[in-house]
Design a protein around this ligand. Structure first.
Ligand code: G5P
Ligand code: MG
Length: 277
């Protein structure tokens, strides 16, 4: 019997540790780490409409191209066959506006620069393209879905098996973000306490300067957190009702991590112990 592919997501406010936890999960379990923020930044940088190839024109319908295959990582018992992931009959593709090659980057830039959520139709379009490329792998979404509209779009292509919600106190988030420095070309993130660069103010890999982003200022952070809460509440409720939500509260990622590792271990055989991160 073919094994099923794991579909997971990490939700949480800005600075809650989504990226840090996702990187550890990806490293420990061999999942693809798919960060919506990272894809957006890539599309801005490349100016090449990352993931923007048209899937369908408005009004066209085609069968959904997801066809999961047996994953390379062993899956533990309690999982059903890959066939169970396939729709009983071909699903119509979500109808996306056919963006041109550079449009995702152009449309997202103004929102990213202000720390605002990118409109659902832009981010959904981008993420669906990326998911399509990885239909035969286990994956973990980082920062998507963030609104109920995005969750509904994701529902049209798959069911999430595991959703982690990071519940971190506001003061902790404010402190973390105000001590965060970024290497813009790569998206590498440093924190002056948690993972400082080897040389202050300089990226470890390239030696290029690090910057502090406008939306990491304390007043901007407060507004971002409020917006997050409003948009995320119905998403969290949706996954809670479905019985796939696992909420973790705390102020330190290192303390939350062993629980997250245990949770994923109940679904996938680890490649690395939790202590190797
Ligand atoms: P992103 O890129 O998803 P945010 O703002 O949601 O960005 P961010 O900033 O990436 O979230 P995170 O991934 O939750 O935070 O957290 P992280 O980077 O792992 O940790 C934050 C900092 O704290 C780091 O410096 C880390 O080292 C440190 N840290 C972690 N754990 C600890 C700890 O235990 N102790 C300490 N001291 N430090 C720690 O999205 C960017 C933008 O893209 C758009 C939006 O405009 C968004 O603002 N976007 C979307 N728009 C609409 N819909 C979507 N689905 C979108 N996705 C992205
Ligand atoms: Mg992140």
């Amino acid at each position: 019997m073919a094994a099923r592919l794991l579909r997971a997501a990490v939700l949480g406010p800005p600075g809650s540790g989504k990226g840090t936890v996702s990187q550890r999960v990806a490293h420990s379990f061999g999942l693809q780490h798919l960060s919506s923020g990272r894809f957006l930044r890539d599309s801005l940088r490349a100016g090449s409409g990352h993931g923007a190839k048209p899937l369908a024109r408005r009004g066209q319908e085609t069968s959904w191209p997801f066809r999961p295959t047996v994953p390379s990582t062993p899956v533990l018992s309690g999982w059903t066959s890959a066939e169970s992931l396939l729709p009983a009959s071909p699903l119509p593709l979500p109808l996306f506006v056919p963006f041109g090659p550079t449009e995702v980057g152009h449309m997202a830039r103004q929102y990213l620069e202000k720390g605002l959520l990118v409109p659902d139709h832009v981010i959904t379009r981008l993420m669906m393209s990326e998911l399509e490329l990885r239909s035969d792998q286990h994956w973990l979404l980082d920062g998507f879905p963030r609104t109920i509209g995005q969750a509904e779009a994701l529902d049209r292509v798959c069911d999430l098996d595991l959703v982690i919600s990071l519940n971190i106190p506001f003061e902790t988030l404010k402190d973390r973000l105000s001590r965060r420095w970024v290497h813009l070309p790569s998206g590498r993130v440093y924190n002056l306490d948690f993972n400082p660069p080897l040389v202050p103010g300089v990226d470890d890999v390239t030696g290029e300067p690090l910057v502090q982003q406008e939306d990491d200022r304390p007043d901007a952070v407060a507004a971002r957190l409020r917006r997050y809460k409003d948009a995320a509440k119905p998403v969290i409720e949706l996954y809670r009702r479905r019985g796939v939500l696992h909420q973790f509260s705390g102020t330190e990622t290192n303390k939350i991590w062993p629980y997250v590792h245990n949770l994923f271990s109940s679904k996938l055989a680890p490649l690395q112990s939790k202590d190797t991160n």
